[in-house]
Design a protein around this ligand. Structure first.
Ligand SMILES: *Cc1c(COP(=O)(O)O)cnc(C)c1O
Length: 387
C-alpha cells in the first residue's frame, strides 16, 4: 500500500489519499476486492502472514489503516461485521464478573447488550447519566470499563470527555468511546485520552446506507493484538465487498459531512423557532445544555438533530407520516435524509421521550429539506390530512 505521509495532510485530503495501492506502472488506483478464503503457505506462519481470511484480509487492510490514521493511532483499526460486533468486541475486554459503567441513554444496542450480559451473570452494569459528570465519576471506583458515547444516540447528550477520562485513569478504568456520531473528522477520542474507539461504519463512514460494518481503533499495540486474536476466534469479520464499500464511502466522507452538517445547523436553528416543538436537540445550538463542552472537544456538531413535540407522540407520528423527502427508516449518516420516532422500538431506553423524532440530515439541498420539514409540521398540527 502506498503510504503518502498523511500526517501533514488535512483530514479532507487524507480520506481521499490514504491507503491507495503502490503507485507502480499500470497499478490499479483502488485496492482490489480479494475474494479468497485462504492464502497459500506450507510452513510455520510468520508474523504478518495472512494464512486464512478470518485472521486478516487484504480487503480490510486499507480501510483499517486509513481509519487508524484518521483517529491518530499507530496501529491498524480492526474491521468487524457490524457496529454491534465492534461494540461486542469492546465488551469482551471486560473480565467475567467485571463491572461496566454505561450511559443509560447510549445507543439501544449497546445498552441492550450490557443488560443482557448482566442478566446472564457475565458482568455487572452501572447505568449513568453521561452528561452528569459527578454521576459518572461516582460510578467509577471498582469498575473495569467506562463506556462513553458522545453525543449520544438519539438524545445528543454530550459528556465531559477530558474530565471523565482523567477520573477513569485515576481508578484504572479502561475507557471506550463510541465515535459514530462525530467521526474522526469531528472528534478524536484517543487524543482526548480514550483507550478504545468504536464505530458503526454503517453510518457516516460508509455513508450510503448500503453496508453494515464496524470498526475498533486502539492506542495500545498489546490491546490491538488481544482484540485481533479475539476477532479471529469469534469470527465476527466483515466480507471483502463490505470493506471495499466502506473505504469507497470514506473517500467522500469529508465532503458529505461538511454538507450535511451545514444543513443540520441551519435546520436546527429554524426548527428552534417552531412553536409546535417543545425541544430541539443539537449540540451546535447555543441552547444545548452542553454547547460549550461540545465546542471544546469537537470540531463540528454533526448531522443528527432530535426534536420533541408539544403535541406528544401523536403529533410526532403525524409529522413522520407527513414527510415526503425524509424517508422513515432507522439508521443515520447516509447521503439521504432519514427520520424516525425512536420509541417505536420497544427496546429503546425510557430516557428517550415518546415524542422524540430523530432526523439524520443527508446531502440534499437544504431548502428542499426545509420545505419537507414544514410539510411535516403542518401534518403534525393536523392542518393537513395525514395518511
Ligand atoms: C448504529 C449504531 C451502532 C450499531 O451499529 P450497527 O452497524 O447497526 O451494528 C452503535 N453505536 C451507535 C452510536 C450507532 O448509531
Amino acid at each position: 500500500m502506498s503510504s503518502a505521509d498523511s500526517s501533514s495532510l488535512h483530514p479532507s485530503t487524507a480520506v481521499v489519499a490514504l491507503c491507495r495501492p503502490e503507485r507502480n506502472a499500470d497499478a490499479p488506483l483502488n485496492p482490489p476486492i480479494v475474494l479468497s478464503s485462504t492464502f497459500v503457505g506450507d510452513g510455520a506462519p510468520a508474523p504478518g502472514d495472512r494464512v486464512y481470511a478470518r485472521y486478516t484480509n487484504p480487503s480490510w487492510e486499507p480501510l483499517e489503516e486509513a481509519v487508524a490514521e484518521l483517529e491518530g493511532s499507530d496501529h491498524p483499526a480492526l474491521a468487524y461485521a457490524s457496529g454491534m460486533a465492534a461494540v461486542s468486541a469492546a465488551f469482551s475486554l471486560v473480565p467475567i464478573g467485571g463491572t461496566v459503567v454505561v450511559p443509560a441513554s447510549a445507543y439501544n444496542g449497546t445498552v441492550g447488550l450490557a443488560r443482557t450480559l448482566a442478566e446472564d451473570g457475565a458482568l455487572s452494569v452501572r447505568e449513568v447519566d453521561p452528561a452528569n459528570t459527578e454521576d459518572v465519576i461516582a460510578a467509577l471506583p471498582g469498575a473495569d470499563l467506562l463506556w462513553l458515547e458522545s453525543p449520544t444516540n438519539p438524545l445528543l447528550d454530550v459528556a465531559d470527555v477530558p474530565a471523565l477520562v482523567a477520573a477513569a485513569k485515576q481508578h484504572g478504568v479502561l475507557v471506550v468511546m463510541d465515535n459514530t456520531f462525530s467521526t474522526p473528522l469531528r472528534q478524536r477520542p484517543l487524543e482526548l485520552g480514550a483507550d478504545v474507539v468504536v464505530h458503526s461504519a454503517t453510518k457516516f463512514i460508509a455513508g450510503h446506507s448500503d453496508v453494515l460494518m464496524g470498526l475498533v481503533v486502539v492506542a495500545d499495540g498489546a490491546l490491538r493484538t488481544r482484540l485481533a486474536g479475539r476477532r479471529t476466534l469469534a469470527g465476527s469479520v466483515p466480507g471483502p465487498f463490505e470493506a471495499w464499500l466502506a473505504l469507497r464511502g470514506l473517500r467522500t466522507m469529508a465532503l458529505r459531512l461538511d454538507r450535511a452538517e451545514a444543513s443540520a445547523a441551519e435546520l436546527a436553528a429554524r426548527l428552534e423557532a417552531e412553536p409546535a416543538l417543545s425541544r430541539v436537540r443539537y449540540p451546535g445550538l447555543a441552547s444545548h445544555p452542553h454547547h460549550a463542552r461540545a465546542a471544546a472537544q469537537m470540531s463540528g456538531f454533526g448531522a443528527v438533530i432530535s426534536i420533541e413535540f408539544e403535541g406528544g407522540e401523536d403529533a410526532a407520528v403525524r409529522f413522520v407520516r407527513g414527510l415526503d423527502l425524509f424517508t422513515p427508516a432507522t439508521s443515520l449518516g447516509g447521503v439521504e435524509s432519514l427520520v424516525e420516532r425512536r420509541r417505536r422500538h420497544p427496546g429503546e431506553p425510557e430516557a428517550v421521550p415518546v415524542s422524540l423524532v430523530r432526523l439524520s440530515i443527508g446531502i440534499e439541498h437544504v431548502e428542499d429539506l426545509w420545505a419537507d420539514l414544514q410539510r411535516g409540521l403542518r401534518a403534525a398540527a393536523g392542518t393537513v390530512g395525514a395518511a
